[in-house]
Structure formats: structure tokens, C-alpha cells
Design a protein around this ligand. Structure first.
Ligand code: SAM
Length: 295
């Protein structure tokens, strides 16, 4: 039994030295070396002794160890095979952890959840994510509509701000809508570079995403809706009309677009960044080309 947490600068250095481990920058390997930050993350995640936890990228087990202490069961996906013997060592005192040596983007998470957790057990995703694939990982977990209660993730601050942004701010964009369609998003902590080894080049933040039981808006066709949102932010300095005219070229002319925008009370001279999700939903349902254009 080792009484010292993995997440300290000294113990981390010792472990890395013992195994001759060298960081792979291409895998976004920045390990946390501050136990208090980890405990804070776990508290924000709402982890308790009945909860299941899914971690992405356990590294040498800094967060995994804290999850093993506070949650009922932990499942962690790690792509780097070199970390498996290290995790065997650092997590030897815990029998409630399963490490899966897979790329999270290719893993069948639903299937793993059915295998590892009990039906109805609250499951939370908690992770210090590899920054090079933050958005694909989160979008995969959200769009697969997994039965998870929340996601609490350390990510690049700029991306966290975009995901949690509200209309009329610099950070607000199609990513804000994509994330907030599935979750209630909140930046809960800013984190200094000094708590990582090695230190990343960018600032970090912890983002908490509370899963919605259903989307906050009624959308006839989700693909159409998300395409429309992306198009509306296409050229940020242009008006909504300019972006829509380009997106619907050959389908709706400006006159028809104006008429439809008018019908739902949206001024075509506005910019995409001023529209709320409710307004985007109204707009998508009114312009939906998968139904009769005259509807
Ligand atoms: N959780 C550890 C910590 O906080 O100290 C390590 C976090 S580090 C930022 C990201 C981890 O994700 C690394 O261990 C890396 O090998 C792993 N990783 C990178 N890409 C991955 C992928 N596609 N699937 C699963 N794990 C991945």
C-alpha cells in the first residue's frame, strides 16, 4: 500500500523514472500533479460512493486513483499501451477499476457501460482530456446519447469558454449550440499551467456538462438544424441574411428568406452570434428543406 497520492510532483517523477516513461506530445500527455485540483474536480462531478465513473486517458493514474477512492466503479480508456504496467502498479490497491486499452474515439462505450455498470446506476464522465481531440471526444459522447448523468472535463480554457458561451459574446458559436443542445454547460474552474507535468502551452479550465433529459428546443430535423447553425456563423462579420443566402443558394432567394424570417420575427440584418438557440430552432423549422418548401 502506497500512502502517497500519485498526483504529486515528486511521486509522479519517481513513477516516470522507475518505468523510463517519456511523454508523447502527440497523445496530449500532460499529467496532473495536484491532488487538491483533482478532489475539486471530483466534487464538481457529483461523484459519490454509488456512482460509476468513466475516465478517458488515465495516464499514470492521478485522477483514476481519486475516482477509485470516491466512486463505486471506474472504467478508464487509455490508448497508450506503455501506461498499462504503470497503471497496474499505481492502482494495485483498488479492485474497482477496469482499464481498457482502446482509442476512445473507436470504443463501443455503450457496450462497455452495459458490461461494467448496473442498470440505473448514475454514471459520470470525469477526465483530464487529451487537448488535441477534446471536441471529437465530447461530441462523440454526447451524440451517442449515452446514459450518462454528467461530464466534468479539464480542457483548453478557450474551448471550455466556447462550449459554455451565451449569445452576443466573442466565444459564442456553433460549438456552443452543439454542446448546449445536449447539456447545461458551465465553466467551474480555471486551472493554472503549473499543476501539469509537462506544462501545456495553453491555459486550462474545468467544464461541467449536465446531461439534459431532452433537448431544450423542438427541432424537426437535427442535421438540418446543426448545418443551419454552422452556416449562420459561417462568416461572423456578415449579416444573417448574407450567410443564409450563401447557404441556401439555388433553394431560397433573398426575398423568400426575408419573408420567412419576417414570419418568425427575426430581423435579417442581425448577426448569427445574436441568435439564441430557440431562435435557431424556429429558423431551422421554418426553412427546413426536408419538408415541402411551401409548408
Ligand atoms: N488523467 C491523467 C492525468 O490527469 O494526469 C492523464 C491526462 S493526459 C492530459 C491525456 C491522456 O489521454 C494520456 O494518458 C493519453 O495517453 C490519453 N489519450 C490520448 N488520446 C487518447 C485516445 N484517443 N483514447 C484514449 N486515451 C487517449
Amino acid at each position: 500500500m502506497n500512502n502517497r497520492a500519485v498526483a504529486t510532483p515528486t511521486r509522479t517523477r519517481e513513477i516516470l523514472k522507475k518505468y523510463g516513461f517519456s511523454f508523447k506530445k502527440s497523445l496530449g500527455q500532460n499529467f496532473l500533479v495536484d491532488v487538491n485540483i483533482l478532489k475539486n474536480i471530483i466534487e464538481h462531478a457529483g461523484i459519490d460512493e454509488k456512482a460509476g465513473a468513466i475516465e478517458i486517458g488515465p495516464g499514470i493514474g492521478a485522477l483514476t486513483e481519486q475516482l477509485a477512492i470516491h466512486a463505486k466503479d471506474v472504467v478508464a480508456f487509455e490508448i497508450d499501451q506503455r501506461l498499462l504496467p504503470i497503471l497496474d502498479d499505481t492502482l494495485q490497491d483498488y479492485d474497482n477499476v477496469s482499464i481498457i486499452n482502446e482509442d476512445i474515439l473507436k470504443a463501443d462505450v455503450q457496450n462497455v457501460m452495459e458490461e461494467k455498470f448496473e442498470p440505473g446506476q448514475p454514471v459520470h464522465v470525469v477526465a483530464n482530456l487529451p487537448y488535441y481531440i477534446t471536441t471529437p471526444i465530447l461530441m462523440k459522447l454526447l451524440m451517442d446519447r449515452l446514459p450518462i448523468s454528467s461530464l466534468t472535463v479539464m480542457i483548453q480554457k478557450e474551448v471550455a469558454d466556447r462550449m459554455a458561451a451565451v449569445p452576443n459574446t466573442k466565444s459564442y458559436g456553433s460549438l456552443s449550440i452543439a454542446v448546449q443542445y445536449y447539456t447545461e454547460a458551465k465553466v467551474v474552474m480555471n486551472v493554472p499551467k503549473t499543476v501539469f507535468q509537462p506544462q501545456p502551452n495553453v491555459d486550462s479550465a474545468v467544464l461541467h456538462l449536465n446531461m439534459r433529459s431532452e433537448p431544450p428546443v423542438d427541432v424537426n430535423n437535427e442535421d438540418f438544424f446543426f448545418d443551419l447553425v454552422k452556416a449562420s456563423f459561417g462568416q461572423r462579420r456578415k449579416t444573417l441574411m448574407n450567410n443564409l443566402a450563401r447557404h441556401f443558394k439555388g433553394i431560397y432567394d433573398k426575398e423568400e428568406l426575408n419573408k420567412r424570417l419576417d414570419e418568425i420575427g427575426i430581423d435579417s440584418r442581425r448577426r448569427g452570434e445574436s441568435l439564441s438557440m430557440e431562435e435557431f430552432a424556429l429558423l431551422a423549422n421554418r426553412l427546413d428543406t426536408t419538408e415541402s418548401p411551401d409548408a
